[in-house]
Write a protein that binds this ligand. Sequence first.
Ligand SMILES: Cc1ncc(COP(=O)(O)O)c(C=O)c1O
Length: 304
Amino acid sequence: MTKTTAIIPVARPWLDERDAEAARRAILSGWVTQGPEVAAFEREFADAVSAPHACAVSSCTTALHLALLALGVGPGDEVITVSHSFIATANAVRCCGAIPVFVDVTPDTFNIDPSLVEPAISDRTRAVLVVHQLGMPCELAPILALAQRRGLPVIEDAACAIGSEIFWDGRWERVGRPRADIACFSFHPRKLLSTGDGGMLTTRSPKLDATFRLLRQHGMTVPDTVRHASSQVVFEQYSVQAFNYRMTDIQAAIGREQLSPRRIVHGADSRAAVNLQRQRCTEDGQVMRVVRGAIQRIEHPSVA
Ligand SMILES: Cc1ncc(COP(=O)(O)O)c(C=O)c1O
């Protein structure tokens, strides 16, 4: 008798004709990278998570890299982060020449254990990088209180946390509304909102936002959109060594479509989706413990 094993994927991209139409709109617009669609996606994303600033980039890995650089993390610095994450979290720290200092998780959340952060702080600690593992928000409040006391900035790796909500001051709010200094999101196909690939940084700081914008496009002081809109010849400068971490307008158009309210499953359906995910994990032989109800709520756009 042959035994068949059912493979249950963690996630499948949910893209359809509406996304294809959005991509078509961008392709035929005559502006295909970091143009009007990207600007609109940034505004709409910022609104969706109640962030003053949102800056689109090519992935969450590049978002994390820019976040760390913008906070001044450099060679020899230490960044406290969590031992249980995708490798991109630690790689972003290494890309700055800094050292990831790993802190263990709590068994009931699989997220960073806030009580282990303070013992990990040293004279070389420059930042704390927490992760909302699989979109389940970590216990941010005690970490922010500690970081404030010790004068350390905090970055949220919110790669999987688009749509996740966290309980603050008696009400639910979206991850990405800046409680920490910066939050970084991923739009890879395994995420709830996918642009194929892509990332976003949110912050309340106009200075940090301006730094992200400078670093994501070669350190160019005047963006293409501004130069093209001008009736005069505008010469840009390249004030710092930087990167090409741009998002294309084709990706952004898909992102805008995915972000629209008609694509989000609300209320009872979202709870059903979360339960289904847990059930899937269980069927797959990996029982994922239920995260404390008080800090987790996720809106899923379909788990078909
Ligand atoms: C926690 C975490 N951080 C970072 C990333 C990297 O995201 P991206 O593929 O958009 O660079 C992932 C990807 O799954 C992730 O799970």
